[in-house]
Design a protein around this ligand. Structure first.
Ligand code: UT7
Length: 357
């Protein structure tokens, strides 16, 4: 298997001779070996929200499946991401200096220049290169797939992938159509090079910027003169705006489609999937997708009842809870799919944990 310093030969199909390895054979495999998560102690339930905007517990529960959400009071994005990362590293039986790279999927960094390097410092992962990746609620899936490419090419062996968001910072708390949906949190996994085959069985990532207007957190600026001859635009970010019906329609059509593509690429049928973990946006979306794929509801992992939509954190948070409960066990086949602003969407199918240990 190639490692640091290995030379990878690209060999076209059909010209492989005996003893000459194909690219697939040369690639290092990847295994997701552990998870961790972090949540906020401050809880905002539906009844609390009904005292803030014109809504009710009944409306929120029946339309979304959400009862409560945890929101940050004093924890920074870095605090949440560090806590989730620390647990994932410890659960892998590793220490922070073992990590080669940290990818932090977030749309709500503490610093627009990137929060991942601060997470690296807080963890004490001194060997790791760290950077942010922004793909909204698809962020964790995109970050996991990105990490896999670095491992497959033999460049890095252990990568910490974190999904963390504090959307409460950017929610319009007077808009009942969005403020009932979101919560804060973080989840993380450690991906490791595997010399016993690849446990990432397939992935797909998509975006369609034509639908960007459906879900936004835009920069809005005003012209400002600097000196007598130049102008710049300065301003800040507004609040989250969303066309809920459009995003709902998009999700129930595109998510089953992308999962079907990944199943096909992985040469799998839906019955083979042990657990389906979708971005925790709305219970109705989760159930519609499972139904389209003929995956029974009991295989759906959902915790949005407790946390709401935590954006990039939602999939690793649900995954970590299911691992901690003993639901997800070594060797289980897991399908994950994210979708959201961009618009972006994507899916990955992987086998959980070390198979040989
Ligand atoms: O992670 C990003 C991905 N985001 C999503 O996946 C969100 C996808 N969309 C959804 O989950 C759903 O569209 C929502 C939960 C956002 C909304 O549910 P809906 O069943 O699509 O409701 P709607 O937007 O069609 O609104 C129905 C009614 C409206 O009233 P009228 O016009 O029928 O009188 C809304 O004003 O419900 C009203 N409404 C509310 N009523 C009480 C909207 N929000 C609320 C609320 N409480 N919080």
């Amino acid at each position: 298997m190639p490692n640091r310093g290995s030379i990878i030969l690209f060999i076209a199909d059909g010209v492989q001779g005996k003893g000459v390895k194909s690219l697939a054979q040369l690639q290092t495999g990847v295994t997701v070996i552990s998870s961790g998560s972090a949540t906020c102690p401050q809880i905002l339930d539906n009844n609390d929200l009904s005292r803030i905007v014109d809504t009710s517990d009944e409306w929120i529960r029946t339309r979304t499946g959400i009862t409560r959400r945890h929101i940050s009071a004093s924890q920074s994005l870095c605090d949440l991401a560090t806590a989730a990362g620390e647990k994932a590293i410890a659960n892998a039986g590793l220490t922070p200096p073992d990590i080669d790279m940290i990818i932090l999927a977030t749309s709500t960094p503490d610093d627009l220049f990137g929060t991942a390097p601060k997470v690296q410092a807080s963890l004490g992962a001194e060997r790791a290169v760290a950077f942010d990746l922004t793909a909204a609620c698809s962020g964790f899936v995109f970050a996991l797939n990105t990490a896999c490419q670095y491992i497959r090419t033999g460049v890095y062996r252990r990568i910490l992938v974190i999904g963390a968001d504090c959307l409460s910072r950017w929610v319009d708390w007077s808009d009942r159509s969005t403020c009932v949906l979101f919560g804060d949190g973080a989840g993380a996994v450690v991906c490791q090079a595997s010399d016993e085959g690849d446990n990432i069985l397939g992935f797909e990532m998509c975006s369609d910027g034509r639908l960007n207007h459906c879900l936004n957190l835009p920069f809005v600026g005003q012209e400002k003169k600097i000196g007598s001859r130049h102008r710049v635009i300065q301003g800040g970010y507004t609040k989250i705006t969303m066309n809920g019906r459009e995003v709902y329609r998009f999700a129930v059509s595109k998510v089953p489609e992308v999962l079907e593509k990944v199943l096909y690429k992985a040469d799998l049928t839906p019955e083979k999937i042990d657990w389906l973990i979708l971005h925790q946006a709305n219970q109705r979306i989760l159930e519609a997708v499972a139904e389209r794929l003929n995956i029974p509801k009991w295989k759906l992992i959902a915790n949005l009842n407790e946390y709401g939509n935590t954006s990039a954190a939602s999939i690793p948070l649900a995954l970590d809870e299911a691992v901690a409960k003993g639901q997800i066990r070594q060797g289980h086949l897991i399908a994950i799919a994210g979708f959201g602003a961009g618009l972006t969407w994507g899916a990955t199918i992987f086998r959980w944990g070390h198979l040989s240990s």
